[in-house]
Every structure is written in C-alpha cells, then in structure tokens.
Write a protein that binds this ligand. Structure first.
Ligand SMILES: [Zn+2]
Length: 409
C-alpha cells in the first residue's frame, strides 16, 4: 500500500476515540496534490517533536502536539485511542486515562521511512472534596464538620492529597485527618452572634492544585427567655470570689490537659436517667436585678445516690468537692472534648483514672450551689460549653443516632 492509500484507509477508519480534536498544518487535498514526497531529506527518517501537557489528570483533556520536520502520516496510539493524520503539525486533545499508558507516535514520510516517539503518560483521578455539616444550628451547639475527598464510585489510581483544611468565616480550623477525611469540631459559644457561618473546605493534590468546596450553616439565636431563679441568699452564699477562682483555675488546668485524639469510638450516653429540669443555654438571674448568666449544662433531677455514668470513654482530670460545683468530675475524651458532672454526693473515681463508657463515676447529690438533688451535666469543646443533649446516642454532636454498641470510626 502506498503511504497516501494507507492514509486514506486510516482516515476512513477514523479516530476511535478522541475528544475535542483539532489539527493544523497541511490539509489532505494539498497532500494529495503532491506535498508528500517533496521534502524528506535523503536517508533520514522524519524527526518528531512531541509535547504532552504537564500534570495529566484522569478524565480531563490530555493535550498532545506533534511536529514533524516533513509532512508525513502521523499515527498516534494512547490507551484505546488510535489516530492517523496526514500532517506536519498535529494538536490533539485526548482524554487522560487513569494509570500508566504508553503514548506512541510515529511519522511516516513519502519514502516510507518511519520516525518514532514513545513515552509513558501517568494520570490519576483528582480528589473530589465535599463538606458534611448541619444546615442549621442554634447558638451554643457544637459544630461538627467532615471534609471528605474520596471518590464515589472508588477509582484508582488517585492523585495524592498533600494538604487539607477547613475554614469557618475565613479562619482556618484545626482538625484531625483520618484517611480520606478531615474532621473539625468547634463550639458556637452562647455569647456569639447568630447568623450564617460560611464553611470552606480545601484539598490540595500532589500537583499543587487546590480543590474547593463550600457550605453555609445557619445559626439561630438562643430561643430561651431570661429565667428568674430567685435563689435564697443563703444558697448563694457559697459563691465567693475565692471559690470561683479555685474552680476556674481547676477547669483551665483540666482543659489544657486534653489530648489531641478522640478516646471514644461509640456514641455518647445520658449519664443519668431522670426529669430534665433546667435546659442548656438558659439565660438567668440568680437574684432579682442581678447579672444574667447562661446555664452551661443541662440539669437532670434524680434521687440522691443515683449512679452517675461516664458519658463516654475518657480519663479523669478532676475529681473532688468544690464550693460551687460541689462533687465534681471532669472527664477528658480527647480531641478537645470534656464532660463535667456537678453536685455529686459521692465520687467513685480519682484523677488519672481511665474510665469506660457507662462506668459509674459518682452519685447524684445536691452539693455546692444546688437547691435539690440533680446532676448538672456539661459537654465542652475546647473548654467552651455546648448543648449536651445533642451528643446523646451520637458519635458526634448532632450526628446520626447510633445503637449503643455501635463502633464508628
Ligand atoms: Zn445546672
């Protein structure tokens, strides 16, 4: 077969698979008019100059340009794509295939001499970041955000992820990277303003390309009206500057000791069954005309002596009797999370103890600033109180409800 006849045969077969494809250079009509056979240097096969787009990403265009020193029949093979063109300059946009594939190009001149170029093109799938966060929260809730970038369905090979981050209103948030996800847990303090919070997730691949995703969390104001407690002056007498100072210092020390990794892999549990009296986040006055303070935990009324259970696995950071908080236990659950139990009549643990989820840590009482037997229970993130009931039966606050024994990574 002559080169021209071969070219016609190839062109009839056509490209089996090519995306947007453009060619410049010498048109077939001109070639048939006799360009082939006019410029080949005697003896030497055609010389090829091949350029392949840098950083090929699977599923995206792979630009290839071929220059030949003489008009020639250019044949290109890559993955299951085959192209043939009569040209001197050829630019094609292929679809980058995942994995390592040979890109083979040859150019045949009018005398049947063939020049070659062969290389391996490696392309991987880019990360596909997505943010998982609640659409709406209330001031005082903890905000749990998951940034994931795995591929659905799973595809290999994948571009390595070299950096990830989550920003809340433009401020980078520390978190924990675990496999193909990055989790962030933050409090929305009771004193903070309600309104929209903007989330941004960024995943940077090994080529330095940043892949972004965005989300908005609507944060509603505290719905509770100010509660007038009118606590008797004798009860309030336990509040002294020294007592406050001692307790504040104790908690500060406990929060500073919290480890970086979560110590729990099961849902949080309600530490005591009973009637829920004062809810979390209530603004209240202890005495008429006094300052408004927020209720930083949730109160559960139960008879004195009722066992108090550890809401989840942790380490005891505080265990002792305090003037205002009474019989107090603070558990460190890691990843910034602590749980606090006030007003207990007796304690069953000591500082440094490692406790299991559901282990008895003490007994309900009415010690400290309290008007009757109840447990005041707090869940804090980075030392900031968050709504405790949003944690119950969940691995993360506000997350899906799980069976008690369900272990979730
Ligand atoms: Zn309380």
């Amino acid at each position: 077969m002559t080169p021209v006849a071969a070219a016609l045969a190839w062109l009839q077969r056509g490209p089996r698979r090519a995306l947007a494809f453009a060619t410049t250079g010498v048109a077939l009509a001109v070639l048939l008019g006799g360009v082939i056979g006019s410029a080949a240097p005697p003896g030497a096969p055609p010389r090829l100059y091949v350029e392949v787009g840098e950083q090929p990403v699977a599923g995206r265009p792979l630009d290839v340009s071929v220059s030949v020193d003489v008009p020639a029949i250019v044949r290109l093979r890559y993955a299951d794509t085959t192209l043939e063109e009569v040209a001197q300059e050829l630019r094609v946009s292929l679809l980058a295939e995942a994995g390592a594939w040979a890109l083979e190009i040859e150019a045949e001149d009018a005398a049947g001499r063939v020049g070659h170029d062969s290389r391996v093109v490696y392309a991987a799938w880019p990360p596909e970041p997505r943010l998982e966060a609640p659409d709406a929260l209330t001031i005082g809730d903890a905000l749990f955000v998951r940034l994931a970038w795995g591929l659905e369905p799973q595809r290999e090979p994948r571009l390595r992820v070299v950096d990830v981050g989550v920003e809340l209103d433009g401020v980078p948030q520390p978190g924990l990277r675990r496999g193909d996800e990055y989790v962030v847990l933050l409090p929305l303090p009771l004193q903070a303003e309600p309104g929209d919070r903007n989330l941004r997730g960024v995943v940077v691949d090994a080529f330095g390309n940043a892949h972004e995703t965005h989300g908005v969390v609507r944060v509603a104001p505290n719905p509770n009206p100010v509660q007038e407690l009118n606590v008797a002056p004798a009860t309030l007498a336990v509040i002294t500057p020294e007592g406050r100072e001692l307790e504040a210092r104790t908690l500060e020390k406990a929060f500073a000791a919290v480890g970086p990794l979560p110590r729990w892999d099961r849902p949080f549990l309600l530490p005591v069954e009973g009637r829920h009296t004062s809810a979390f986040g209530l603004p209240r006055r202890y005495a008429p005309g006094g300052p408004v303070s927020f209720h930083l935990g949730t109160d559960i009324a139960a008879p004195t002596g009722t066992p108090v259970l550890a809401t989840n696995a942790g380490v005891v950071r505080v265990a002792g009797m305090y003037p205002i908080k009474g019989g107090l236990v603070v558990l460190d659950h890691g990843f910034g999370v602590t749980s606090l139990y006030f007003h207990q009549s007796a304690l069953a643990v000591s500082v440094g103890d490692v406790v299991e989820r559901g282990q008895v840590i003490g007994s309900v009482g009415s010690t400290g600033l309290s008007t009757g037997p109840h447990l005041h229970w707090e869940m804090r993130v980075d030392g900031v109180p968050t709504a405790p009931l949003a944690w119950v039966d969940r691995r993360w606050p506000g997350g899906p409800v799980l069976a008690p024994d369900q272990v979730v990574d």
